[in-house]
Design a protein around this ligand. Structure first.
Ligand SMILES: Cc1ncc(COP(=O)(O)O)c(C=O)c1O
Length: 401
């Protein structure tokens, strides 16, 4: 596979300019400075299918897919056509639109844990809504979290700027540790409104963990929220809850359900969401139920069913994990993909980190964008040949070390 002359000078120049204009230098989620320092491009010009072109004209097969939202592929013609049809009639209105009901009915029929739902914009809004609903339903204030749930104050990704006075309301437990969770509940009996957790991290949940969380929350009079923002529409339409056969009280969805549009939703048991407490909880905003997002959810569901998209993600993801791990193991490189097929998650042995990064840079030069640390995502636009070419690129990049 040819190694192209490869530079990211335009990316570098634009980032320098953005530091003067934009707080934290462009879209914070994308961690542009860290990525540039590792030799990754940080500005994209355009994308199509499973590929994107950076501002320096380099083409990459993408394994990050915008951090998860792109499921069918970038610039998907079916989604584009559906959204364009809708745009001829408008994006938002002064009143509700019947599409809200149609998409709600589709989701209720599709996902076992969805009996009622509310549409929002962005994953952080969905997790914040879920926490607010749980507080309203239980009449309690404290929240146990496990994982990343967005940028709002309660979720506390960083302390800077978040009011210290509310810090004691959010407690954190490590993923996969039921003993730690029980300890947290015990110490604050009758105060915990809910536990909210990312359902799949790293290698995925230990056996019985997700059901254990639901059962424990109920024993302590709290609700259990599954945050499936990354996982929903990937391991199963209903995320890990559906895949492992566990029903939480509430679930949050976003990212992949809209193929690049910003819609999200919070869903759950009718007994909870239909209660007087939840019905009187404010979770409204101007852009909720925007028609482009609703139409894209509808189109994504139809296309995923038609193309057996969940099974396809598992198939190509499992092959990627097996192939990449095989060549790395054979070559003695401390890089592995762990996790579930639809979300291969990279891990590097810390003592071999420099060689792992050099291998990833070799992949970039060959046109393959493999993220150094974030869970990766596949799309229906990745072909089986793309996967084989990626495995070959990893092998060649190791040979270059
Ligand atoms: C598990 C999880 N929950 C919530 C969020 C927040 O979503 P958003 O960035 O769309 O606000 C993210 C974003 O990465 C996420 O991965």
């Amino acid at each position: 596979m040819p190694v192209k002359p490869y530079n990211i000078e335009q990316s570098r120049a634009l980032l320098k300019r953005s530091d003067e204009l934009i707080v934290r230098g462009c879209q914070g989620h994308k961690r542009s400075h860290e990525m540039l320092a590792l030799g990754y491009p940080v500005f994209t010009q355009r994308a199509a299918g499973a590929r994107f072109w950076d501002v320096d004209g380099n083409e990459y097969l993408d394994y990050l897919m915008s951090f998860g939202p792109i499921l069918l592929g970038y610039n998907d013609p079916v989604v584009n056509a559906a959204v364009q049809r809708q745009m001829q009639e408008g994006a938002i209105y002064s009143t509700a639109h019947p599409k809200e009901l149609e998409v709600a009915e589709m989701l209720i029929e599709l996902i076992p844990a969805v009996e009622m739902l509310g549409f929002l914009i962005g994953g952080s809004a969905a997790t914040s809504a879920a926490v607010r609903l749980a507080r309203a339903y239980t009449g309690r204030d404290k929240v146990i979290r496990s994982g990343y749930h967005g940028w709002h104050d309660w979720a506390r990704p960083e302390d800077e700027g978040a009011p210290a006075i509310i810090a004691p309301l959010t407690l954190e437990v490590p993923y996969g540790d039921l003993d730690a969770l029980e300890e947290c509940f015990k110490q604050r009996d009758n105060q915990i409104a809910c536990v909210i957790m990312e359902t799949i991290r790293g290698d995925g949940p230990p056996a019985g963990f997700l059901q254990g969380c639901v059962d424990m929350a109920h024993r302590y009079g709290a609700l259990c929220i599954f945050d499936e923002i990354k996982v929903g529409f990937r391991v199963a339409f209903g995320g890990a809850g559906e895949y492992y056969g566990v029903t939480p009280d509430l679930t949050t969805f976003g990212k992949a359900c809209c193929n690049g549009y910003p819609g999200s939703f919070v869903a759950g048991r009718k007994e909870i969401l239909g209660s007087q407490q939840c019905q009187s909880t404010w979770m409204a905003a101007t852009f909720h139920c925007d028609l482009p997002s609703l139409v894209s959810i509808e189109t994504v569901i139809n296309e995923m069913k038609r193309r057996d998209g969940i099974a396809y993600q598992w198939k190509i993801g499992n092959r990627l994990i097996e192939g990449v791990n095989g060549v790395c193991e054979k070559a003695g490189l401390g890089y592995r993909l762990t996790g579930t097929g639809p979300m291969p998650t990279p891990v590097m042995e810390s003592e071999d980190k420099d060689r792992c990064i050099a291998m990833l840079q070799g992949c970039l030069a060959r046109g393959f964008y493999l993220h150094p640390s974030h869970p990766m995502f596949l799309s229906l636009s990745h072909t089986e040949e793309d996967i084989e070419n990626t495995i070959a690129a990893v092998q060649e990049s190791i040979a270059d070390l």
